[in-house]
Design a binder for this molecule. Structure first.
Ligand code: HEM
Length: 448
């Protein structure tokens, strides 16, 4: 028997592959359980349309989805297996998880590369069990043990801000607040921290690693194998191809090797303790304007903006006359929730008083704030994040005068979605950061 040449084998294999793509496209357009839902056909024939916007155009699919909603209405099929809904009144139904079993979408959680993490757990029941083990550590009643940790780290932060006041050197708020929160979290959960607040320019590996991870997020969804191969290369090679991914790998290797031995010695910087503008959290939480500032900050900074689909495994959801079959991935986006003008008139305006007005009118605006998501999978660290925001804002704003330095609205306007939002890319390495000059330090207020 004559053995076919390599070129014939290759030709046949390519033919079969193309045929399978055509058959999949035909199935997805006409025979898939979601075939009847509105949306562009090009988005469902295969993963390429979404991949084009999220990989080539770098996290721009969300804005394309916005255009789809303008054309097709509030429910759109955004890829072969996922529906996206743009309707603030329906969020609780999709994200609930307390009244029905809700899985996560394996496609998007797989990108995290940590299948045992609570946030990446796909199955409803397994997630419930895993979340159950750790919930108590995040309870609101435990925030009193967090308070002294935050106050001590704020003392350290103030020490660093004082330095900038003296030298006149600009201060990168993104960097110093990231260092603050990393120190607080590690000290709260591991008993010690790496004293990132003490590092020059507040640079630290976890922040760079997180940014590296977000940059690889879309690639990891569409080409998981390519990312696996990249991660298996020697660190020096990874550093050449994708420096932030090298940071992530280095961090993992260091933790695997040393555990947490590199922790800060644990000596609290008592000599830096200052008593001005230190208010108890319980007192701060009662202040309506400060609360409005925090809520409005959460609203316009969005939190994670990438889609986080939920799958009702056993129930059919009903939306606007459409019956969504069980097992369908359904997503909604915080960016659309927070910019909905029926809930937030003049939505891009930073208006803390809208929260005060809503309370006076008996309107529960919090229902539409989805920075931390809602339902059974909502953020476990929410109370911790709020506590840090109250204490940090009160302390820094009351203590210092600051002026924006080389920072404009363009630095914070989001243009790319890669888990969190990023501004439009720029060649300027400092672009996309909030930088200030510290211009003064205030004394104690006249009335506490
Ligand atoms: C401003 C700060 C934060 C924001 C905006 C935020 C936002 C979120 C969001 C939206 C989710 C849901 C993710 C999903 O549906 O896939 C989430 C989950 C989670 N967050 Fe946060 N988070 C913040 C801070 C924190 C902190 C400080 C911690 C802990 C120290 C934390 C721990 C968690 C955990 C453990 C989950 C997984 C919960 C689960 O799957 O049951 N977060 N976060």
């Amino acid at each position: 028997m004559e053995i076919p040449s390599w070129s014939v084998i290759l030709l046949n294999a390519s033919g079969l592959y193309i045929l399978s793509l055509i058959l999949t496209a035909i199935y997805n357009i006409w025979f898939h359980p979601l075939a009847k839902f509105p949306g562009p056909k090009i988005a469902v024939i295969g993963p390429w349309y979404e991949a084009y916007y999220d990989i080539i155009k770098d996290g721009r699919y969300l804005w394309q989805i916005e255009k789809m909603h303008e054309k097709y209405g509030p429910i759109v099929r955004v890829n072969a297996h996922e529906l996206h809904i743009k309707d603030v009144t329906y969020y609780a139904e999709v994200y609930s998880g307390s009244t029905r079993k809700v899985n996560k979408d394996a496609g998007s959680t797989g990108a995290f590369g940590v299948p045992t993490a609570t946030a990446a757990t796909v199955d409803h029941d397994l997630h419930r069990a895993r979340r159950g083990y750790i919930t108590k550590y995040f309870a609101k009643r435990n925030m009193s043990t967090l308070e002294p940790i935050v106050q001590e780290r704020l003392d350290r932060l103030c020490g660093r801000i004082d330095e900038r006041l003296k030298t006149g050197e600009p201060l990168n708020l993104d960097a110093c607040f990231s260092a603050l929160t990393a120190d607080v979290i590690t000290r709260r959960f591991y008993g010690n921290d790496f004293n990132y607040l003490g590092s020059p320019d507040f640079r630290f590996v976890i922040r760079n690693a997180f940014m590296g991870f977000t940059q690889m997020y879309h690639l990891a969804i569409f080409m998981p194998l390519a990312v696996k191969i990249l991660k298996s290369m020697p660190l020096a090679v990874i550093r050449l191809i994708a420096p932030p991914v090298a940071e992530l790998q280095q961090l993992k290797e260091e933790i695997a090797e040393n555990g947490y031995r590199k922790f800060h010695a644990g000596k609290w910087d008592a000599e830096e303790k200052k008593s001005d503008h230190v208010y108890p959290l319980a007192q701060l939480e009662k202040l309506p304007y400060l609360t409005g500032v925090i809520q409005e900050g959460f609203r316009l900074s969005f939190g994670p903006v990438s889609r986080m689909p939920r799958i009702a495994t056993q129930d059919a959801l009903v939306y606007n006359g459409w019956t969504i079959p069980p097992g369908t991935a359904v997503s909604m986006s915080t960016m659309f929730m927070h910019l909905d003008e029926t809930i937030y008139p003049n939505p891009t305006k930073f208006d803390p008083e809208r929260w005060i007005r809503a309370t006076e009118q008996g309107v529960n605006l919090n229902k539409y704030l989805t920075t931390f998501s809602k339902g059974s999978r909502m953020c476990l660290g929410m109370n911790m994040a709020y506590a840090e925001f109250y204490m940090t804002l009160a302390r820094t704003v009351l203590t210092y005068d600051m002026e924006l330095y080389n920072t404009t609205e363009k630095d914070i306007e989001i243009h790319h979605a890669s888990i969190v939002g990023y501004p439009k890319k720029s060649r300027d390495p400092d672009f996309g950061q909030v930088v200030v000059k510290v211009t003064g330090r205030r004394g104690l207020p006249t009335a506490a």
